[in-house]
Design a protein around this ligand. Structure first.
Ligand SMILES: [Zn+2]
Length: 133
């Protein structure tokens, strides 16, 4: 997926603002390109897991993305103290949205945040390419 550096920076800023909890949100776009970032509440409000708040999810996908002519292209969340790699919890949770690309923002090294993309399908983790422009 192609993504602008500014969207990566917005994700990192969101991750920092929601400390000590994990943050989460949705990315809208199309044709393999991320175009807009939508912050959502973490319904779990937890440092160890996340779930996109269902009301936010509905509003963002059905209203904001639709009005912007976008589709959901990725789901992002942060890892506050671990690497940008899916946890077992992430893998389990992805069962409900197996066709989506998952972005993970890691603040493990707070000076050098990292963002990586993964497909989480059939209990398997496959890293996806992120082309930052
Ligand atoms: Zn995670």
């Amino acid at each position: 997926m192609r993504i602008a550096q500014s969207l990566i920076e917005e994700m990192v800023a969101h991750a920092r603002e929601d400390l000590p909890n994990e943050c989460c949100g949705l990315i809208g776009g199309g044709a393999g390109e991320a175009r807009a970032l939508y912050r959502a509440r973490n319904a779990f409000a937890s440092p160890f897991s996340y779930r996109v708040d269902p009301a936010d999810q509905y509003r963002i996908i059905e209203k904001e993305m639709r009005e912007g002519g976008e589709e959901l292209v990725a789901i992002y969340h942060s890892h506050t103290k671990s690497a940008a790699y899916p946890s077992q919890t992430d893998l389990n949770e992805a069962v409900s949205w197996p066709e989506q690309l998952y972005l993970i923002v890691s603040l493990q090294d707070s000076e050098a945040p990292e963002v990586k993309a993964f497909w989480l399908k059939d209990g398997k983790i496959a890293e996806a390419e992120l082309v930052v422009e």
